[in-house]
Design a protein around this ligand. Structure first.
Ligand code: PLP
Length: 385
């Protein structure tokens, strides 16, 4: 029987093994393991790739998000109790970064057919205390729309992007003067957080993260906060923390960045195959976007009729691993439930978010999945339906 793992990191690393090993050996032999030439090179290459003036490496994606809000607080632009709009169906880390800073997450419903934050449900969630919108390019799909940009300008809100799942994703949109723009996610908002967790589209061999921004003050405050709050050795301007990207991870990421577009193109091929070959009816697929606007970090399908877990079980029995992103949305998590920490701005709760948690199933996708694998998965799903 064919075995299709959800994501084999061993196979992913093997694709670029020689280059990766050379980079690791170079750092090992250099005798310099933190805050050195490898970070400088990666930060500069990543800034050019994303299209921002600054990249600041840090320890992981959650830290990148947390440091952005913390920096805005240090800069006097946000304060405890201020509200941040965030998609209700995001991964818990986006919400943790907000509550960690004493800010209030305001949970906005996604659209049922895109699974991304619903631009038409944002304005009713804005109050006098709203300071930012945190968009999440969930599943690798661009979540930015020009309407979100207009809302940010009209209400003077910071736009923070969570790009943990969207490395290399592009957005094409028309600005308020009618100009057509194309940007890579991470350069759209005022600040963006990236995760280089091994399973992400741009993944390290361990933890890693970064903040990208065009704002020189934000970049320097984040850099300082991530290094004990110190920008000159032994001089502390902030009560900071230690959140650094190590030299080995920076060197590995610089290698993998070169292959990112190629790896994403492969994901798009697999996704195209799924779109063309999965059955309808019980199975619903998110609206298909132009390829450049979806780098398919995940391939979510929605399984109706209460049959999601049965399909997952059937696939598993036939050698195919799937995952659910995410089975428990943030507002139903033990750490938040009933504590009045999160704000739900609607009278009728979050029915779309809750139905996604019940229906979503992520199929195998990634640089090491073959079209034959995808054909096997699609065939199984057709026979299940
Ligand atoms: C992975 C992820 C994070 C957190 O990144 P870590 O590096 O694991 O801390 C944040 N947001 C989203 C949407 C993610 O998928």
């Amino acid at each position: 029987m064919r075995q299709v793992p959800f994501l084999s990191l061993k196979d992913v690393t093997a694709l670029h093994e020689a280059d990766i090993n050379a980079a690791v050996t170079r750092v090992t032999n250099s005798g310099w393991y933190l805050r050195g030439a490898e970070n400088e090179r990666f930060e500069s290459d990543f800034s050019s790739y994303v299209g921002t003036a600054f990249t600041v490496g840090c320890a992981n994606g959650l830290d990148a998000l947390t440091l952005i809000f913390r920096a805005y607080i240090e800069m006097g632009l946000m304060k405890r109790g201020d509200e941040v709009i965030v998609p209700a169906n995001t991964f818990i880390a986006t919400v943790l970064a907000i509550t960690e800073n004493g800010l209030v997450p305001v949970l906005v419903e996604p659209k049922a057919d895109t699974l991304e934050i619903d631009e038409d449900r944002i304005e009713e969630a804005i109050t006098g205390r709203t300071v930012a919108i945190a968009i999440v390019h969930l599943y690798g799909r661009n979540a930015y729309t020009s309407k979100i940009g207009e809302i940010c300008s009209r209400y003077n809100l910071k736009l923070v992007e969570d790009c943990a799942q969207s490395h290399g994703c592009r957005t094409v949109y028309t600005d308020c003067s009618g100009n057509k723009l194309e940007k890579v996610t991470g350069s759209i908002g005022h600040a963006a957080a990236h995760s280089f967790y091994p399973g992400k589209n741009l993944g390290a061999l361990g933890d890693g993260g970064a903040v990208t921004t065009d704002d020189p003050e934000l970049a320097s405050v984040v850099r300082s906060l991530a290094n004990y709050g110190s920008s000159r050795k032994y001089v502390s301007d902030f009560c900071g923390r230690n959140s650094r990207l190590d030299e080995i991870q920076a060197a590995v990421l610089d290698v993998k960045l070169k292959y990112l577009d190629e790896d994403n193109a492969h994901r798009q091929t697999i996704a195209g195959f799924y779109y063309d070959n999965l059955p309808g009816g019980l199975i619903r697929l998110p609206l298909r976007m132009p390829d450049e606007s979806n780098v398919y970090h995940l391939f979510p399908i929605l399984v109706g009729g209460g049959r999601r877990d049965a399909l997952a079980e059937y696939l598993k029995r036939n050698g195919v691993e799937t995952l659910v992103h995410y089975p428990i949305p943030p507002h139903l998590q033990e750490c938040y439930r009933g504590r009045g920490i999160l704000k739900i701005p609607y009278h009728d709760g979050l029915p779309i978010t809750e139905s996604i948690a019940v229906e979503e199933l992520s199929l195998p996708i990634g640089p090491a999945i073959t079209v034959d694998d995808a054909e096997y998965v699609a065939g199984l799903i057709r026979s299940f339906v």
